[in-house]
Ligand binder design. Structure first.
Ligand SMILES: [Zn+2]
Length: 306
């Protein structure tokens, strides 16, 4: 299967700078160290995003599945945020309310349609839900809610691309612990997207905490895509791959955000979705949004990684 060359700046630079506009100069410095060829593969190649031999290779199918998972994440937030926000007001834990969630069935059906569509794309079928716009490169014509989904999806895609750039940098550094390299690439991608938010906040006049929260949500979406595209029998990791939950923990828990930030609600909604996809009963969940996320991570870790 041969890929088609793409101009790096048209895809990789566009996505990364849409996610982190303050990094323009740093991106140039990065390309001075490694300037990858970018190849797009036809849909028959399945779902693919990888870096090797100085190249970043991906398939359109990967981008389409990520776009759908962005909408899926939004739907997860719609499904679970009322419970995550208000369960304590009725004297119940999050998990107790979710057990009695018959009223959410309409929203949950919508979530399942999106998940099924993203899986169909990965398996080579072309099913696209009517209410989801086709992938596009800018926010033109999108309604306000779709604009937020677009922004989060761009950040999630930038995280995935930067993770691959991290591999290319490690290739030139001759890294030999492959499992550790995965974590390092995640940390590299997260740092690139979050370390200079202050500069962007100052230049744009936007609120620092709000930008950080949105970036963190995009990174959580990237982690969700990772969870959804990793076969569950590979969750426990292998000699050249760290356990999925170890990566999620390292990526998500270090976000410098207050206990009640909306990011923790978004992250928890995604993890609840991941757990429910595998038909796992939720453990008792209670506490601040951050504590709930930590508790779900712990539970998933016990089930999948021990
Ligand atoms: Zn990797």
């Amino acid at each position: 299967m041969t890929g088609e060359h793409l101009n790096r700046s048209m895809l990789v630079d566009t996505v990364i700078l849409a996610a982190a506009p303050e990094r323009k100069e740093d991106l140039q410095k990065l390309w001075a160290k490694c300037d990858p060829e970018v190849l797009i593969y036809p849909d028959e190649s399945g779902i693919m995003l990888q870096a090797k031999g100085g190249r970043i290779e991906f398939s359109n199918r990967y981008m389409r599945a990520t776009w759908l998972l962005g909408y899926c994440a939004w739907s997860a937030l719609e499904s679970y945020s009322p419970t995550l926000l208000f369960s304590s007001h009725v004297g119940l834990g999050v998990s107790d309310v979710l057990e009695q969630d018959d009223g959410f069935s309409d929203i949950r059906n919508r979530l399942e349609v999106l998940l099924d569509a993203s899986r169909a794309i990965r398996e080579g079928l072309d099913f696209w839900p009517d209410h989801v716009p086709q992938p596009q490169v800018d926010q033109q014509g999108l309604d306000p809610q779709q604009k937020v989904v677009f922004q989060i999806t761009m950040i999630g895609t930038a995280y995935a691309l930067l993770h691959e750039v991290g591999h290319l940098l490690s290739e030139s550094a001759d890294e030999d612990d492959i499992s550790e390299e995965e974590i390092k690439c995640d940390v590299f991608a997260r740092s690139f997207l979050t370390d200079k938010i202050g500069k962007y906040a100052e230049a744009s006049g936007q609120d620092y905490a709000a930008i950080t929260s949105l970036r963190a949500m995009g990174i959580a979406l990237g982690a969700f895509v990772l969870g959804e595209t990793t076969p569950s029998d590979a969750y426990a990791g292998a000699i050249d791959y760290p356990p999925l939950l170890q990566r999620l923990r390292a990526l998500l828990l270090g976000m410098p955000l207050p206990e009640n930030d909306k990011f923790w609600i978004f992250g928890s909604a995604l993890l609840i979705t991941l757990a429910r996809l595998h038909e796992m009963a939720l453990v008792s969940l209670d506490g601040t949004p951050k504590q709930v996320l930590e508790r779900i991570l712990e539970d998933l870790e016990t089930r999948w990684c021990s």
